[in-house]
Ligand binder design. Structure first.
Ligand code: 6R9
Length: 679
């Protein structure tokens, strides 16, 4: 494997441009990557035309790229890909494979792994999935849903959630998935923002052995006046037709509120329709979905993705980055309520005719061996999860991992946060037995798919680096003070020059905010909101959100770096670092530290941790406060909510903002009670 030597810091210098008429099935050498990368930058029309040829179109686009990235022009920010192409996403994920080879109807599309390991797990083939999607699409049609209507999906992580997404895509309805952990208030906010008329939900979900009452949260949401646009609620039964129903679930079903004329059981509706449903012919730029993501201000942003460009992008990124081989079993542990679930549980894998696992549960239930047991049970070849999960599992004895086999694994991946080198090495050596490459994929809800990522076995990995940009992606770092572009090697604010097909087109109903947030900070560029260091070899090291950089005594310190240093100490399981105002140093450094099982808190340990940080990063970096915190406030997707930690230490505890998206809001009270800054 060649280690990249990027002459003049540029991938495209002295490179022969790809001259074949189609894209390869796999990227095998660094020269191949360089030549395709060069093509993707110098002739994006040709590159993305070849990528689009991997899909079936009703009308193949004659126009490939038509984008404006500078808000100061008369046209303003305007992003169009494949604009005269006609295509259907669901058709490309299901029908297409079976039409090409009828045997594919019998290939497993989805493997359902329930929260409770002893519950029935089931497999569903491409043929069965297609039939169910068509029928459910007909249920939606029966309730008046047509192309362009917004459909809110509030479901547990079950196969029916995937069916709901694909059914929307089939008839051209725009889905808006709201993660099943969100409060009724948050769901109401998201329903009203897109004026949805229908909600698809489940009587309840099961997570970590607990019953989650989804339907009743929808009932509460729909009481709010801003949701009076909703006319229909379709309700799946979580344990439909199954026997081993948990007692509290039976009780809940009996006491479920029911609004006649508004609420319908999905299983009853499905009996009233047939399985004939032609896919809607969609323009490439017709919306496919809205997905809400939190911004720096309170109101969530409705990220809008469209049809042709999104599918082309997730299709290609999935294929190359996971180097997917037909027949392999793939698992991504993300919930379909997040972009990772959209792009890399449903659309990317199915567009590649993969077999993908739908996991309802959490990594620590019933115990911390869960992931590794699932890998053995389903003989998973590719496993994709988040650093926060890895760190929490790493805090326990390695025997939870090593007692499992894991020989089926070929490739590991991570997403969601910077992965510190310690966690990376543990994942590589203990989970992957040192045999499996790790793809650390940097991307965002807004980008649709992978942006900076290794392609396995094509260049060398470095623990903690997302390495190099994917095809079509040109990164540029800027100095936050001078606003000038930086030469590499350096570190700065990460922007992307020019458009790629998978990117969001707008914020639903608020193009101005889209322009303000992403395009005004650096004219002509997409601003990611992340910091990044690009080293001499061109490798990218994401340093975390730029709002997470501390400035202490004139030094810029990435909180992620300090966190990474802290977790190198044997006693530490997880750390979150935030700044608080300091009259002399500008900011002080406050470290929340979660210790491993059975480690005792002591002042001695505090001193050791401070020393570790100084040793690892430099003597100018000195934690001021070490707060031992058994739990940290996390979003349901597992990200530490630093916004709340900042408020606690400021202290400004009366303006914590929305805490309803937290996994466990009581954690916040406990931190306030024990923080030296709030005493
Ligand atoms: C896909 C997803 C996006 C933010 C992003 C960044 C962080 C994601 C990362 C990473 C370092 C990685 N992030 N992947 N940071 N290394 N490999 O997570 O989307 O939920 O929108 O979050 O997550 O800070 O800006 P989203």
């Amino acid at each position: 494997m060649s280690s990249p030597t990027l002459i003049d810091n540029s991938i495209t210098n002295n490179t022969i441009i790809w001259d074949k008429s189609s894209l390869p099935d796999k990227i095998q050498t660094f020269d191949e990557y360089k030549s395709l990368y060069t093509l993707s930058i110098e002739d994006p029309n040709r590159f993305w035309k070849m990528a689009a040829e991997r899909l079936n179109w009703y009308h193949f686009p004659t126009k490939i790229k038509n984008t404006e990235f500078d808000y100061r022009t008369e046209r303003g920010i305007d992003i169009k890909w494949f604009e005269d192409g006609i295509i259907n996403v669901c058709y490309n994920c299901l029908d297409r494979h079976i039409e090409k080879d009828p045997n594919i109807a019998n290939q497993i599309a989805l493997i359902f792994e329930p929260d409770i390991p002893t519950d029935t797990h089931h497999h569903i083939t491409y043929g069965e999935l297609l039939c169910k999607v068509k029928k459910f699409a007909n249920v939606l049609k029966k309730h008046g849903i047509k192309k362009g209507d917004r459909v809110t999906i509030y479901m547990p992580m079950v196969i029916e959630a995937c069916i709901a997404l694909l059914a929307c895509a089939r008839i051209g309805a725009i889905h808006s998935v709201v993660f099943g952990g969100f409060s009724s208030h948050s769901v109401a906010e998201r329903i009203s923002d897109c004026n949805g008329t229908i909600v698809i939900t489940s009587d309840f979900g099961v997570r970590g052995g607990k019953c989650i009452p989804l339907k009743s949260k929808i009932d509460q949401a729909l009481l709010m006046p801003e949701c009076n646009t909703v006319k229909t609620v379709i309700v799946f039964q979580r344990y439909y037709g199954m026997e081993n129903l948990k007692d509290d679930c039976v009780e809940r079903r009996k006491t479920l509120e029911w609004v006649n004329g508004r609420d319908f059981w999905a299983h009853e509706e499905l009996e009233t329709v047939n399985d004939i449903c032609e896919p809607e012919q969609m323009n490439a730029e017709d919306p496919l979905f809205i997905l809400y993501t939190s911004g720096s201000t309170g109101k969530p942003k409705g990220i809008l993705h469209t049809t042709g460009g999104y599918l082309t992008y997730v299709n290609l990124t999935f294929k190359y980055v996971f180097a997917y081989n037909p027949g392999e079993i793939y698992m991504c542990s993300a919930d379909v309520g997040w972009i990772t679930g959209h792009s890399y549980v449903v659309y990317g894998p199915l567009a590649n005719q993969a077999t993908t696992v739908v996991f309802e549960g959490i990594p620590t239930y019933p115990d911390v061996s869960r992931f590794w047991n699932i890998i053995d049970k389903h003989q998973i070849n590719i496993f994709y999860t988040a650093p926060t999960a890895i760190r929490s599992l790493m805090a326990h004895n390695d025997s939870y991992v090593t007692k499992t086999n894991r020989q089926s694994l070929r490739l590991l991946g991570t997403v969601g946060e910077p992965i510190n080198p310690e966690a990376w090495r543990w994942y590589c050596n203990v989970v992957g037995n040192g045999r499996c490459p790790i793809v650390d994929t940097w991307w965002q809800t807004e980008t649709g798919g992978f942006m900076i990522t290794p392609i396995p076995n094509v260049w060398e990995l470095e623990a903690g680096s997302a390495t190099l940009p994917f095809f079509g992606i040109q990164t540029q770092i800027f100095d936050e003070k001078t606003r000038k572009p930086l030469e590499i090697p350096d570190r700065g604010e990460l922007c992307i020059r020019d458009s790629w097909p998978g990117q969001a087109r707008s914020l639903y109903g608020n193009h101005k905010r889209f322009v303000d947030v992403y395009f005004k900070p650096y004219p002509g560029y997409y601003f990611s909101g992340d910091g990044c260091e690009i080293k001499k070899n061109g490798y990218h090291w994401i340093t975390g959100r730029v709002d997470d950089v501390l400035v202490i005594s004139g030094h810029n310190i990435g909180t992620a770096e300090v966190e990474s240093a802290l977790v190198q100490h044997v006693a530490v399981s997880e750390a979150a670092v935030v700044g608080y105002p300091d009259p002399i140093k500008n900011q002080g450094m406050y470290c929340f530290v979660t210790l491993k099982d059975n480690v005792l808190e002591s002042d001695e340990l505090r001193k050791e941790l401070i020393k570790t940080v100084r040793d690892v990063i430099g003597a100018h970096v000195h934690p001021d406060i070490i707060h031992f915190a058994p739990n940290l406030p996390k979003t349901r997707s597992g990200k530490i909510m630093r916004r709340i930690l900042r408020k606690i230490v400021e202290p400004d505890i009366h303006n914590l903002g929305d805490t309803s998206t937290l996994n466990d809001p009581t954690v916040v009270d406990e931190l306030i009670r024990t923080s030296p800054r709030t005493k």
